[in-house]
Design a protein around this ligand. Structure first.
Ligand code: PMP
Length: 366
């Protein structure tokens, strides 16, 4: 055994609120069809790979030096991608949007402060809050998982949060939230309103982005990620758009040189190939919509989805369904309210495998 193996976590002088906690993580299982963490199923094309190799070699030549602490070139590219007259000063980037969110809570949350979110929602939020010593409070969404102005105003009035977290499209439900709700939250609080748009590129036509509100709302933050639409989950690159002062707040709390030279170079290659990568988003939206229709035709409850996943319910024993799918090589996610499961949109082949497996499972369960 390795040194120290006899010492258990409970024997250590751990922070009390970490006692009994488990590291976050969906199972990473080696099965044929992985549809459990909303990844993009399309690996980089040969053209992207060639540019990646060149960019990583270029970054490698300077790896004896620390990277650009401000990631200025990357932030310039990200601002150009987002449009809306944004400049590099409006953009902050970090290792996944989970680090972006941590920076925001380090800067605007903290001891004695509160962050509010609307459940069911992303399971990592309470962990960001815990890690930054921020109190985490929630308010339930409506039965159809939507969030309305009245609920938002009531929750803000009740909890007086310092940070309001609105996830649109929401995870795990896929539900979009109208900008009227974002405006209402901004009007109701003197705190910061963070709109987590991790899945915004997958939105159905007509679902607007909160980016359109930035020009008039200095306490608004729009968070994005390259993990989903840009098929760059392994590259770990999240970012936000906000007033330059919000970016300055993040710059105060970030670790120096937090974003490696290779991360910056890799993300810039993906952005240079945005057109190609976003064309795959269209294919995924199509698969998602077909999946929603198919599940509904089977009589299941299905949440409208603007994301690259679908939450479906009406399952008396969701655990048995999840296990039955896994036994057939299809890994999805046991998350959301009781009786619901979440499946990511994949390639047409993966979706066919999911449909076949679910049909078989339904037969065995009568
Ligand atoms: N926000 C939401 C709503 C998510 O679902 C996820 C990833 N599952 C993230 C943020 C974090 O993504 P990443 O750290 O990969 O950018």
């Amino acid at each position: 055994t390795v040194p120290g193996a006899a010492v258990r976590l409970a024997d250590l002088p751990l922070r009390p609120e970490l006692r009994g906690e488990e590291p976050y993580g969906a199972p990473q299982l080696d099965v044929p069809h992985r549809l459990n963490v909303n990844e993009n199923p399309y690996p980089p094309s040969a053209a992207v790979l060639a540019d990646l190799a060149e960019a990583v070699t270029g970054a490698g030549a300077g790896l004896n030096r620390y990277p650009d602490r401000e990631a200025w070139a990357l932030r310039t590219d990200l601002a150009r991608y987002l449009g809306h007259d944004l400049g590099a000063e409006n953009v902050w980037a970090a290792n996944g949007s989970n680090e972006v969110m941590t920076h925001l809570l380090q800067a605007f949350g903290g001891p004695g402060r509160t962050v509010l979110s609307f459940t069911p929602t992303y399971s990592m939020y309470p962990e960001y809050a815990r890690n930054t010593y921020t109190r985490y409070v929630t308010s339930p969404r409506r039965d159809d998982f939507t969030l309305d102005v009245a609920t938002t105003e009531r929750a803000v009035a009740e909890h007086q949060p310092d940070v309001v977290l609105i996830t649109t499209p929401n995870n795990p439900t896929g539900t979009p939230t109208g900008l009227d709700v974002v405006r209402a939250a901004l009007a109701a609080t003197s705190g910061v309103v963070v709109v987590d748009e991790a899945y915004q590129e997958f939105a159905r036509t007509g679902t607007p982005s909160a980016l359109t509100l930035l020009a008039h709302h200095p306490r608004l933050v729009v968070s994005r990620t390259m993990s989903k639409a840009f098929a760059l989950a392994g590259g770990r690159l999240g970012y936000l758009a906000a007033a330059p002062a919000v970016v300055d707040a993040c710059r105060i709390v970030r670790l120096p040189y937090h974003l490696s030279a290779t991360s910056q170079a890799v993300a810039r290659v993906a952005l240079a190939h945005a057109d190609e990568l976003l064309s795959q988003v269209d294919a995924l939206r199509t698969e998602r919509d077909l999946l929603v229709d198919w599940l509904r035709a089977r009589g299941l409850a299905v949440a409208d989805s603007d994301a690259n996943f679908v939450l479906f319910g009406g399952l008396p024993d969701r655990r048995a369904v999840w296990e039955g799918l896994l036994a057939r090589g299809v890994l999805i996610r046991e998350t959301g309210p009781a009786g619901w499961l979440r499946v990511s949109a994949g390639t047409p082949l993966e979706m066919a495998a999911f449909r076949t497996a679910l049909s078989e499972v339904a037969e065995t369960q009568g």
